[in-house]
Design a protein. Structure first.
Length: 247
């Protein structure tokens, strides 16, 4: 592991922490798979991960990739070969998501990192401006959250250890509210950014068509084209519906 570079960077630079699963049939995005099929869900998961990696490539500070399984260390380590000097891989531990995030957070702060910006691999509407706003807010607030329209969060940043997260209702419409309440109860000052969305349901794939229409980032262009392709294939012959969405 390349922890020495993380310690040299120190806490002055915010680190991006990408919490992800290795895309594969039957792993992740099961709500999408239930509606679109496993193969299609895997294609979407791969395209979403490419968008998160696109953001990591432009991140000014340290980057940590946290795959869900230790067995995926080599896979994660090969994702950004051009950035080996600034990327660490820290597989998640056992437990529910809250327990895994607490353990990961503790490990990373033990290397000297202080400002940590956590994202998943399913929020492609995040922009450079969103990240810049979060980084600017961190010196003034203990926690910065960017809520999702479905009640979750698409970005969670902190300059302090997270409070215990194991009891939160992860993957529910109450997660964002519960997380904010948990942080406030622990005495953390908090800023909330404008809402965005993540991709969990079929309607979210349709939302991508509009959200990414003008986005020129290569991975976003590829995801936009995929979303348009899937929409058209599922609405063949339904010209009235298709005419309402411009690709």
């Amino acid at each position: 592991m390349r922890t020495a570079n993380r310690q040299e960077a120190g806490g002055a630079q915010a680190a991006l922490v990408l919490v992800c699963k290795r895309p594969a049939s039957g792993i992740g995005k099961q709500r999408l798979a239930a509606r679109l099929g496993q193969e299609t869900a895997s294609r979407i998961a791969e395209a979403l991960l490419a968008c998160a990696l696109e953001d990591a490539r432009h991140w000014p500070g340290p980057v940590i990739i946290a795959p869900s399984r230790s067995a995926d260390y080599a896979w994660a380590d090969a994702l950004l070969p051009e950035m080996r000097s600034k990327v660490d891989v820290k597989p998640q531990s056992a437990g529910n998501l809250g327990q895994r995030l607490n353990a990961l957070d503790h490990e990373l702060r033990g290397t000297g990192l202080e400002q940590l910006v956590y994202i998943g691999s399913d929020a492609p509407a995040l922009t450079a401006a969103d990240y810049a706003t979060a980084i600017r807010a961190l010196p003034n607030y203990d926690v910065v959250l960017k809520p999702a329209v479905d009640g979750g969060v698409v970005l969670m940043a902190s300059r302090r250890h997270w409070p215990a997260l194991d009891g939160l209702a992860w993957s529910t419409a109450h997660l964002g509210t519960d997380l904010a309440r948990c942080c406030r109860a622990a005495g953390h000052s908090m800023a909330e950014l404008a809402h965005s969305f993540d991709v969990d349901e079929e309607d979210d794939v349709v939302r991508l068509i509009t959200a990414l229409k003008a986005d020129r980032r290569p991975a976003r262009r590829a995801l936009h084209l995929l979303a348009c392709e899937l929409f058209r294939s599922r609405n063949t012959g339904d010209s009235g519906e298709e005419s309402r969405v411009e690709s």
